[in-house]
Design a protein around this ligand. Sequence first.
Ligand SMILES: Cc1ncc(COP(=O)(O)O)c(C=O)c1O
Length: 385
Amino acid sequence: MNASVPSSAIYLDHNATTPVPPEVVDAMQPYLTWSFGNPSSDHALGREARRAVEEARGRVAALIGASDDEIVFTSGGTESNHLAIRGTAAVAPPSRRRIVTTVVEHPATTGACALLEAGGWSITRLPVSREGVVDPQGAAQSIGEDVALVTIMLAQNETGALMPVSDVAPVARVRGALSHTDAAQAVGKIDVNVDRLGVDLLSIAGHKLYAPKGVGALYIRSGTPIEPLTLGGGQERGLRPGTENVASIVALGVAAQLAQSRVAHDGELIADLREQLWAGLVARIPGLVRHTPARRCLPNTLSLSFPGVLGREVLERAEGVLASTGSACHSGVDTPAATLLAMGVSPDVALGAVRLSLGRSTTREQVHAAVAIVGEAFAAAARRV
Ligand SMILES: Cc1ncc(COP(=O)(O)O)c(C=O)c1O
């Protein structure tokens, strides 16, 4: 970390973005310097760039149990969601003009659905339980013969809640609809396999799994009808034209390979640290509320609300702890997170929320230090009310 962020800082914001490890940076380096070819060029430098892109494609495919030709590289989770949703809607049969989604999706999914809604599509937005999870039976019931696509995220970014995608995707298939999942928060944190999930499309965001920002992928099951959002040079089988971001694609490949080798082990360690963090905080702060479901949750995410104070007020005082509040502050007015409200959390409690998201480099010592710092920050914030 640089001068403005001390090296002692405790980074608990891995759902916002992850650091890029040295082996990933090293793998990118040649493609930013001497090996700068365009993968479409038919000479040695071009062929080396093409080889590197295809190697990365294989690595990303292997991480999620897909075939290489089912991976399309994109600029990240946002673009992958738009391509999946709007790209399949563009070629859906006229009798299917409805999308089933949830009330807690990322704005990229919400935005793609809103665009279609403005164009005459109808959107069914499924509610979530108190634990932030969609009811699989309710989801199944909502999938009629008029549905083109079901899009339910695999893991919720704020709460870590894991959705019953593998229960719903087969129902979509039987009813003739496609299924997409936004797995931006899940890939690299838990084992993700497209066949076990049964989905036709799955979004990946590189910077959530220790690759750089601005690269991602969309899994498209072979045979899925889909059109590109933009037209151009025909790269990525015409589905995502534009000269490939070779260095970042290579990085995503290496990050995927690393994730595959360590996801199970990391998950256990990180979940254990997350529980220590929770236990330490709740022992110091009576009335602390945990939103993160104890079961069915990403191993790294802890969403909680401080009693009687704003989450922002605690984090501002928690010097050295880098984390997110769920709420937004515009022109001095704090607005509670829509995800928590959708779970039935009261606005007052939702305003006290923070999201602590752990990662590979989080240590036991950091967890102990964070408990002390956040505990004191809460006490200081509470004294001021
Ligand atoms: C669940 C989810 N989907 C999509 C995105 C968007 O990904 P990107 O930042 O790569 O566009 C994010 C990023 O926060 C996310 O958490």
